[in-house]
Write a protein that binds this ligand. Sequence first.
Ligand code: ZN
Length: 433
Amino acid sequence: MMAKSFMPTITTDEELKALQLKGLQWTVNHAYQGSDFYRKRFEEAGIKPDDIRSLDDIKRLPFTTSKDLQEGYPFPLRSVPFKDIVRIHASSGTTGKRKVLCYTQKDIDDWGYFFARAYEMAGLTEEDRVQIAVGYGVWTAGVGFQLGCEKFGAMAIPAGPGNIDMQCTFLEDFQSTVLCCTASMGLLMAEEVEKRNIREKINLKKVIFGSERSSEAMRKKIKELLGVEHIFDIPGMTELYGPGTGLDCIYHEGIHYWADYYILEILDPDTLEKVEDGEIGEMVITTLRKEGAPLIRYRTRDLTRIIPKRCSCGSILPMHDALLGRSDDMFIIRGVNIYPGQIDTVLSQVPGAGSEYQIVLERKEDGKDYMSLKVERSQKEDPSRDMELKKKIEAEIKKQILVSGAVTIVDYGNLPRSERKSKRVFDNRDSSK
Ligand code: ZN
């Protein structure tokens, strides 16, 4: 018997665009009718739901931001009566107030459906046993993984995060085939499995990482130690249902995103104009079916790019790249937009370079801007090779980012560490000169 599929039934780009236009028109109308906030915004922008006649008309809609969510606390963007809301979720709220989002039953059903699609895209079957080692609570993580797993029909093991000892016992006793966790927990688990020498006793085939960034080196190590075939990235944010809004398939050529549930625009964070396909910009999201708290041109501040090609798997679902950082961290030098994430990428490709660095921007006598970098040598690297390392990093930056930067190599541990995000960019340019 053919297993049920959660993939979209549409088969052409034209059908996808027609579906998106219908969803966009529905969303704008729904928000206009149901939300005082959106109606006011539309009126300020001089736009009525009937004005949306083509996908291109999305440009006429006003943006929303996390500030709108905070100001609308505790039930921002709510577009249905309270009687129709069956659940709320909230972000962990590290900065400012928590972001709280309302869900109708249809929103929950939709979320479960497309999360099941993520598992399908990762090649799971109903025989799989999914150990869900992410947080359960008011945030969207655990409950999202669980919902999708049950909808899909695999066996959920709601382990929750941490407790490495229990996780290892579960891997062994329940013969879990899939582990869902953050990248840093994945590494801890991999090292523990090695330490206990239980790799032959477990049955893990796949690991699914939440949205935390992971380097290629880290993934390779985890794959080796756990003996798994695939590591997948699952994006997700509370504003957009939660995790499960896309996945890289087994070809790992990019993250397929569910274009039948939301429109993804990639815009220049300064001009808010669309960038060319393949160029880096900010992810801006408009939902197509979300009832409780629809998003209309929501600025995520996350940077990525569209992967401008059809994946080898043949799926109609388009792809974006891994997240490259936050647009707030972007700086411009000599007309080139640069994101610290790009420097991360370069350093991760140069053997001998550490992961810690600082970027200094200066304007010199000649009136031009200059970038210099301090980069730590990796722990095991021999200082006598510093000159070689410096030249290699400079060449890669020039090649990949198209600007020059003078590199100074410093000792391992020389640059400050922080529990929170380290400050990496020091802009000393005096704009008055
Ligand atoms: Zn694919």
